[in-house]
Structure formats: structure tokens, C-alpha cells
Design a binder for this molecule. Structure first.
Ligand SMILES: CC(C)(COP(=O)(O)OP(=O)(O)OC[C@H]1O[C@@H](n2cnc3c(N)ncnc32)[C@H](O)[C@@H]1OP(=O)(O)O)[C@@H](O)C(=O)NCCC(=O)NCCSC(=O)C[C@H](O)C(=O)O
Ligand SMILES: [Mg+2]
Length: 288
């Protein structure tokens, strides 16, 4: 069965370079819901093998508390991919994050390779959508395997492939983000927004978090610890939202009919479903 989008918080998912020992250590104290220990873009070719050993040891260490630990392997067509996948399968992280996935066949090959390498059942596949082909095949990718539980947007690579220029509100990328989100929701899985590169611009970052939440993303991928606080705040239901959700549920249950009004707004059972989703999400993030 696919993961429910509300059972585990994935508000803030922080990348960290696999070769950076200090960052790996620091991550044990950071308020990220999940970590992506990176073997791909953030690691120079000469450091790939040492980073693989370090990251797999970190993932197997059990020293990261409640944070979900995932490993991003190098892309399928690289010389490091097979060894990364075998080592990650044996380390048994929460997920293997696979960059530049472009078809259902690739997901099925990853699934088979994980099984052959003895990956535990709890090691899921998170597929990155960051090519035009991935966006065009988003639905077949997301539904290719029950082991695939999360899609991750790779907006830097996608913008590069599309020749997209930076624009207010990410207008040129909105079509691709929508397609990925539609595919995810059609199959009951989880989707994370891409990263915001300007680590000093927290105002711009927060605005992009708000946009991502309004869109329906479950959380955002991050590149710097300074992005954690605004991200967790924006993706957590506020006190007002929780209060409103309780009001909707109470009013609907008390009325015992198909439609009621709360504060002058029409409420039907679909709004109650949404209110329950908000409360479930609030419960998972209350102590975080
Ligand atoms: C972006 C950075 C290179 C900035 O690094 P730096 O200038 O060293 O930051 P600070 O001096 O402000 O760091 C302060 C302390 O925080 C630690 N730190 C920094 N970043 C991280 C991190 N990501 N995880 C954990 N800890 C981190 C520093 O070590 C400092 O600690 P201390 O010395 O104890 O005070 C840097 O932030 C960075 O490398 N970020 C991650 C880059 C990365 O992983 N990139 C690849 C993923 S993004 C991507 O590929 C997107 C996708 O594929 C796409 O296509 O869009
Ligand atoms: Mg990328």
C-alpha cells in the first residue's frame, strides 16, 4: 500500500553533501523531518567512493532519531550508480532517492536491483522528476511500483533542461509542477517541492514555501539548515487552521445532515475529510 501523505511529516527534507563529515554530524541535531544524504551533485567525482562509505555508515548508525534518513544515489547512466544502489540497499535507509528518473521501466529496474541486493522492505524508492520526459511520464512513474512512495521535484535540472529563466512566482515551471502533483494525488503518494538556491534570501524562500503548500505539496527539499524553521512553520497547520478544522467536524457531526454552515460557509462531508487531514497532520507535527 502507498504511504498515506499524512502519516509521516515530510515538511522539511534537507540535502547534505555525503562528503561533508561536519554536516553529517550536525544533522543529528537539526529539526528536519527527513535528510537526503547526497552522493550525486554535491559530491565531486574523486570523493564519490569515500562519500558512499560515509553515507552508508551514517544511514545504518541509528543516530538520527526520528528523522527519516535517505540516500541519493548517482544517476542510472553513471559509473557509480550500481555500486551506490548495492551499498544503499545493504545500509537499509528509509529510502533510496534516485535522480533523473524518466520512465516506469527505470523504476521497475531499481525495484528489482534493490530486491536482488537484499534491501529491507522498509527501504522505499523516492524518484526525482527533473527531466521533460519525467514530467510527461509522471503518472506511469509514480504508479510503477508500490515501493515508490515519494516523488521529489528537481527544479534546478528541470529549469536547465527546459531552458527556463528565473521569473517571479516560478511561472515557467508551474505547468510541470502541476502535472507532477496531479500524478501523485491520482495515486495517493507523497510529493516534495524542489530547492530554493539562495540560502541568504529567507523572505523569498518563505514565499516559495507558501506557494508550494498552496499548490498541495507535502513539503519542500532544502539545502541549508537556515531554511528549516520557516519551512516547518509554513507546512504545519497553524493554530487557527486546527481550531477551524475542529469546528467543522463538530458542527457537521452535531447536525447529522449532509450540509451545514460554519461561519457562513457551506460545509459538506468533503470539507470534513479535509478537516480530518489537517488534524492528522497537526498531530504528526505537534511535538516536532
Ligand atoms: C549551500 C552551502 C554550500 C552553503 O554552505 P556554507 O557556506 O558552509 O554554509 P554556512 O556557513 O552558512 O553553514 C552553517 C553551518 O551549517 C552547516 N550546514 C550547511 N549546509 C548544511 C546542510 N545542507 N546540511 C547540514 N549542515 C549544513 C555547515 O556545516 C555549518 O556548520 P558549522 O560549521 O557547524 O556551524 C551548503 O549549505 C550546502 O552544501 N548545502 C547542500 C548542497 C547540496 O546538498 N546540494 C545538492 C542537492 S540540491 C539538488 O541537487 C537539487 C536537484 O537535484 C535539482 O535539480 O534541483
Ligand atoms: Mg538535479
Amino acid at each position: 500500500m502507498p504511504d498515506s501523505p499524512v502519516l509521516k511529516p515530510r515538511r522539511s527534507v534537507l540535502y547534505m553533501p555525503g562528503a561533508n563529515e561536519r554536516a553529517l554530524e550536525k544533522a543529528k541535531t537539526l529539526s528536519a523531518d527527513a535528510l537526503i544524504l547526497d552522493l550525486e551533485d554535491a559530491v565531486a567525482p574523486d570523493d564519490k567512493e569515500a562519500a558512499r562509505d560515509r553515507v552508508c555508515a551514517a544511514a545504518a548508525s541509528g543516530e538520527y532519531g526520528e528523522r527519516e534518513i535517505t540516500i541519493r544515489v548517482n544517476a542510472i547512466d553513471t559509473e557509480w550508480h550500481d555500486a551506490d544502489l548495492r551499498a544503499a540497499a545493504q545500509a537499509g535507509p528509509a529510502a533510496v532517492v534516485v535522480p533523473k528518473v524518466s520512465s516506469a521501466r527505470e523504476v521497475q529496474n531499481i525495484e528489482r536491483a534493490l530486491e536482488l541486493s537484499g534491501a529491507p522492505e522498509h527501504t522505499k524508492i523516492w524518484a526525482m522528476l527533473e527531466t521533460p520526459s519525467a514530467i510527461l511520464h509522471a503518472e506511469e512513474i509514480v504508479s510503477a511500483s508500490d515501493r515508490l512512495t515519494v516523488l521529489v521535484m528537481g527544479t534546478n535540472d528541470l529549469a536547465k533542461e527546459l531552458h527556463t529563466e528565473s521569473a517571479p512566482g516560478r511561472a515557467p515551471l508551474l505547468g510541470a509542477l502541476s502535472l507532477a502533483l496531479l500524478a501523485t494525488r491520482a495515486h495517493g503518494k507523497v510529493i516534495l517541492d524542489g530547492v530554493y538556491n539562495d540560502v541568504k534570501d529567507l523572505e523569498g524562500f518563505e514565499a516559495e514555501c507558501v506557494q508550494a503548500r498552496q499548490f498541495g505539496f507535502d513539503g519542500k527539499t532544502l539545502v541549508h539548515p537556515g531554511q528549516l524553521e520557516p519551512c516547518n512553520r509554513v507546512f504545519s497547520p497553524s493554530e487557527k487552521e486546527v481550531e477551524n478544522a475542529r469546528k467543522i467536524i463538530d458542527a457537521f457531526e452535531a447536525a447529522d445532515k449532509g450540509v451545514v454552515t460554519v461561519d457562513g460557509r457551506m460545509i459538506e462531508s468533503l470539507h470534513v475529510d479535509n478537516a480530518r487531514r489537517i488534524l492528522a497532520l497537526a498531530a504528526t507535527t505537534a511535538s516536532a
